[in-house]
Design a protein around this ligand. Structure first.
Ligand code: APR
Ligand code: ZN
Ligand code: ZN
Length: 361
């Protein structure tokens, strides 16, 4: 039987978010209902609220979550009621060209639940990134549930569902950072700090954190940065070159999403180095580069989507590292909040006060 739960919706462009009663249907074939235990507040939720992604209002926000599977529909075999899971926004099909070529992070046919969650008057909701987890329960495709060790705290586990995975994956999957590499991370918010953490985990010799805010640089040091550069006062390209014997970094990770930082990343890499772009630009932004500089520099330029992660491979591995004390995920949780505090959390995010506010249910 369909159930009624509380959830946070974005009713219309730039309108304040509010709590509504959400109708969650029973899981159909291939679907699961998850009792949400924690869900982080991510920039993408704010972008939905501002109408920056599409105008399929009302949105049911929240997509960085962990919880317990409550019920599953026909044909679901990978998870069962009672499993502790992290939700992912890219349940891959396994059969498209990208999947068959071993690049499932580019899957053309990712799955979400087929049925819709609604308001009590029948209005259909668009769940953020196909998840919608600022709610006591949510309906997803079973493939969006990745089982992990239940010994981990839900507010920590949920973070891997988006921002922290994007950053760690940018370093270890897309950038393929290896032992002894020099790494620079431009922009040290939640995603950049996760990239610093990933580089540290991978055994980078030097990790140079770049930001315009000294508070962020201090935090990045606690995550494993060995050097910091405030790019408001110091040219970051020069500084990175100087710190790498004049060569530039083996891997430069851009985690801001602006033309000037894309440009800095382009020039701050070693000639054989890799630039990883994880910051998301807006449609009107452009990058202008002398062609001779493009031609004259080797290495590679890659964008990283969701940290090029494979949830079933990466989530359990990172949770295990965390439980062994080798990966501090708690450091990303600035505060835990209630469902009705999401609007306030957006404001704090805007002011740069938090890495992550996490709704705990
Ligand atoms: N140079 C260096 N750092 C900058 C600059 C700049 N010109 N402008 C902003 N920053 C820093 C901010 O001070 C902040 O520390 O970039 C960081 C951005 O962090 P957040 O706002 O917390 O954003 P985050 O959640 O980390 O996401 C960063 O990655 O996945 C994408 O959509 C996401 O584009 C966004 C980016
Ligand atoms: Zn997100
Ligand atoms: Zn596929």
């Amino acid at each position: 039987m369909a159930q009624e739960v509380r959830g946070v919706i974005a009713p219309g462009k730039d309108e304040a978010v509010r709590i509504e009663t959400i109708v969650v249907p029973d899981p159909g074939p291939g679907e699961a209902v998850v009792r949400v235990q924690a869900c982080g507040v991510c920039h993408t939720d704010l972008h939905y609220q501002q109408g920056g992604i599409n105008d399929d209002f009302p949105f049911l926000l929240g997509h960085e979550a962990a919880g317990v599977v409550e019920s599953v529909g026909d044909g679901v075999t990978d998870v069962e009621p009672g499993d502790f899971v992290i939700l992912n926004w890219r349940a891959v099909c396994g059969t498209c060209r990208a999947c068959l070529r071993g690049r499932p992070w580019y899957c053309f046919d990712t799955h979400n639940a087929t049925q819709k969650m609604t308001l009590t008057d029948g209005t259909e909701l668009s769940p953020a990134l196909g998840i919608g987890a600022f709610a006591e329960k949510t309906l997803v495709a079973a493939g969006q549930c990745t089982k992990v060790d239940p010994a981990v705290a839900p507010q920590v586990a949920g973070l891997l569902g988006c921002g922290v995975m994007a950053g760690i994956g940018a370093a270890i999957n897309t950038g393929n950072v290896g032992r002894g590499d020099t790494v620079a991370v431009i922009g040290c918010g939640g995603v950049g700090d996760a990239a610093v953490t990933g580089a540290h985990l991978a055994g980078a010799a030097k990790i140079i954190a770049v930001d315009i805010d000294d508070r962020k640089l201090e935090k990045a040091r606690t995550m494993g940065a060995t050097h910091t550069v405030n790019s408001r006062t110091t040219d970051p390209v020069e500084a990175i070159r100087e710190l790498t014997g004049g060569f530039g970094a083996d891997v430069v990770i851009e985690a801001v999403g602006r033309p000037e930082t894309y440009q800095q990343a382009f020039y701050a890499r070693d000639l054989a180095g890799t630039v990883v772009l994880v910051g998301v630009p807006t449609p009107e932004m452009k990058l202008e580069l002398p062609l001779l500089d493009v031609f004259g520099r080797g290495g590679s330029l890659k964008s990283s989507w969701y940290g090029d992660c494979l949830p079933s491979r990466d989530f359990p591995m990172l949770i295990d590292l965390h439980l062994q004390g080798r990966l501090d995920l708690e450091a990303f949780v600035t505060e835990t909040i209630q469902l009705d505090e999401v609007e306030k959390a957006f404001k704090r995010m805007h002011q740069g006060d938090v890495l992550r506010s996490v709704v705990v249910l």
